[in-house]
Design a protein around this ligand. Structure first.
Ligand code: KIV
Length: 273
């Protein structure tokens, strides 16, 4: 467990940490129980991610999550008043439709308790990022493998491995990174790109970069909590299970089922006279 004294992690501290060369940690959480655990463990940022769709709602993609869902989960995480910065993810459809919708829905997430909003996209999302930032709401960009582009990418595939001008090429991702940076993002997630490209982006942009499947050169790292804890049945090259809570939970629940069946639960110590 972290021994660092707790201090609220704020948006300006992201740039300070980047300047100091101390990598930042971000982990997803979607409810108060897990938000309090990751906060107590000392993470700098809690991402209320739209990955809630795949890890909590059982969906194949993140596309079905609504603003109402995201507000609900941000609200639960904010209820524990974490020291970590609360990052609220803007779901598919909440900012693609218009700049006005982007600002309106960013305001909703901030009212629900987010302290910065995250949205996916590069060059094409720059006007949304600028408008939200101009409304005085900090924005975290997200480039590379952007799960909301699932259908365009033909699945969640590593980006930036090819050269050219079309979406997902190395050159285009560099343009995306510059566009997000220039639009006024306070940080950007780089997901699923070769480490060398993430290192180049990190060196060239002014804001901090937070990597997932993007190597060790970023200003920080992010993992989905269910992957980190070994809670999900899925595993990817770019995730690491630091525990195997799925198997611990399975054996605990199986033991309970057995004890109920063989009438050893509840025992006298857990019953009233
Ligand atoms: O929703 C999410 O969990 C994310 C991370 C994978 C960065 O966007």
């Amino acid at each position: 467990m972290s021994a660092t004294p707790k201090k609220k992690f704020t948006v300006p501290m992201m740039a300070e940490r980047m300047a100091a060369g101390i990598p930042m940690s971000m982990v997803t959480a979607y409810d108060s129980t897990f938000a309090s655990i990751v906060d107590e463990a000392g993470v700098d940022m809690i991402l209320v991610g739209d990955s809630v769709a795949t890890v909590m709602q059982g969906q194949k993609t993140t596309l079905g999550v609504s603003m109402d869902h995201m507000e609900y989960h941000v609200h639960m995480v904010a209820s524990v008043k974490p020291h970590a910065l609360i990052v609220g993810d803007m779901p598919f459809g909440s900012y693609q439709t218009s700049v006005e919708d982007a600002v309106k829905n960013a305001v909703r997430l901030i009212k629900a308790g987010a302290e910065i909003v995250k949205l996916e996209g590069g060059v094409h999302a720059a006007d949304r990022i600028a408008a939200i930032a101009n409304a005085d709401i900090p924005v975290m960009g997200h480039i590379g493998l952007t799960p909301q582009s699932y259908h365009r990418m033909g699945g969640n595939k590593v980006q930036g491995r090819t050269s050219g001008e079309s979406a997902g090429t190395r050159e285009r991702l560099l343009e995306d990174a510059h566009a997000v940076d220039r639009a006024g993002a306070s940080a950007m997630v780089i997901e699923g790109v070769p480490s060398s490209l993430a290192a180049e982006i990190t060196q060239k942009v002014s804001c901090p970069t937070i990597g997932i499947g993007a190597g060790a050169s970023c200003s920080g790292q992010v993992l989905v909590m269910h992957d980190l804890l070994g809670l999900s049945s899925r595993s990817f090259t770019f995730t690491k299970a630091y525990a195997n809570l799925r198997s611990a939970a399975l054996s605990a629940v199986s033991e309970y089922v057995d004890e109920v069946r063989n009438k050893t639960w509840p025992d006298a110590d857990h019953s009233f006279d």
